[in-house]
Design a protein around this ligand. Structure first.
Ligand code: NI
Length: 138
């Protein structure tokens, strides 16, 4: 592990108070860990902006009775099979399914796949969680 380095930060008292309140509500035990996470979050955002190799999850909720929808979602996933690590289908109730698709690849390709799946007619909810492969993060 890297050696820890201490540094001072100057900021407005009110901003620090808001930050402390915020991190308490998020269950952080100290400011250092919260600041580390903010920095890492920003680096992950940059990985996506710079079209690096990233990982993530696409979550979809849809009614499987919707005509042709299941076939369409399967077809889209086959077209992009190289990006898909796994997919997990859960039958939420008689009508609704939740599918989570774990993906890894170039950010722009993953966005494209997520947009295609989310915009398929009949998908009630679609979301892309933009995560990281972790390779570039300390
Ligand atoms: Ni189902």
């Amino acid at each position: 592990m890297d050696k820890l380095v201490r540094f001072g930060v100057s900021l407005e008292r009110s901003l620090l108070q808001s930050f402390d309140k915020h991190i308490m509500s998020k269950n952080y035990s100290n400011r250092s860990e919260a600041i580390r996470d903010l920095i890492r979050e920003d680096f992950v955002k940059i990985e996506w902006q710079e079209d690096k190799e990233v990982a993530g999850t696409i979550t979809l909720v849809y009614n499987h009775h919707q005509r042709e929808l299941v076939n369409r979602l399967t077809e889209i996933q086959h077209m992009h099979h190289a990006l898909i690590i796994s997919s997990h289908h859960v039958h939420l109730d008689h009508h609704n399914c939740l599918e989570s698709v774990v993906v890894k690849g170039k950010a722009s390709k993953i966005r494209e796949l997520a947009d295609k799946l989310k915009s398929a007619k009949g998908v009630k909810f679609g979301d892309l969680t933009m995560a990281t492969t972790g390779k570039e993060l300390k």
